[in-house]
Design a binder for this molecule. Structure first.
Ligand code: TZP
Ligand code: MG
Length: 216
């Protein structure tokens, strides 16, 4: 099975604070690579590559570059959706949804890679834990235009349930912004995945600083 090199931050990653997700569609004049660079400079320690419009080859090329940058910076790099790209660029992790290959099968293929699973209700969360996920996504917390076919979830109520009942790390997602991140924390949020609030920011560095002070 696939094995990452020994010195990777694998499994020792702490899911805490801002989890940055690329989204050049929601930025003006910045590519996914630009966004990743800015996130690294802003001190974000986990970056997910998420891209729904580009070809496999374009995504692969962007991921190759971001993999190099994240390795240099010691940033954890997780690829959304494409297990083949995650393996091809030696990402630290893969993030899958409920309609992707089954988690157990992904684990067989991906070996000790970090595997994150999007969940929207308690049954999905429990299944992700028993099938061996390393962390779960929890959301959508708030409604958002960033994702097409947005799933329904209990939002903050569901997050509270996860915080009390699930032992593996959880990452809140969906509509998280400077003005509501403190509320998410209050309802059990510990790690906050963000797309448009980062991609749309003039300066990601300033936005991350503002998000951190909102969390204090
Ligand atoms: N999954 C649930 S909500 C969402 C995803 C990928 C989109 C999050 O984007 P934003 O812009 O931070 O609301
Ligand atoms: Mg997906």
């Amino acid at each position: 099975a696939y094995q990452l090199e020994k010195n990777f931050p694998l499994k020792r990653v702490v899911f805490d604070g801002i989890y940055g997700i690329t989204g050049e569609t929601f930025a003006t004049g910045k590519t996914n690579v630009d966004l990743a660079k800015e996130m690294i400079a802003a001190g974000i320690t986990v970056i997910q590559y998420r891209e729904k419009e580009k070809s496999k080859l374009e995504k692969y090329h962007q991921c190759q570059t971001i993999r190099r940058l994240t390795l240099e910076a010691g940033t954890t790099f997780i690829v959304n959706d494409d297990l083949d790209i995650a393996l091809a660029v030696t990402a630290d992790g893969i993030h899958i949804g409920q309609d992707d290959l089954p988690l157990k099968k992904v684990r067989q293929i991906a070996g000790n890679m970090i595997i994150g699973v999007s969940t929207h209700n308690p049954d999905q969360a429990k299944a992700a834990v028993s099938d061996g996920a390393d962390y779960i996504g929890v959301g959508p917390i708030f409604s958002t235009n960033t994702k097409k076919n947005l799933e329904k979830s209990g939002g903050l109520k569901y997050l509270e349930w996860v915080a009390e009942n699930i032992s593996i790390p959880h990452v809140a997602i969906g509509g998280i912004k400077e003005e509501n991140i403190a509320q998410v924390k209050k309802h059990g949020g510990k790690c906050f995945a963000i797309i448009s609030e980062l991609a749309g920011a003039h300066s990601i560095e300033q936005k991350v600083a503002a998000l951190h002070s909102a969390l204090e």
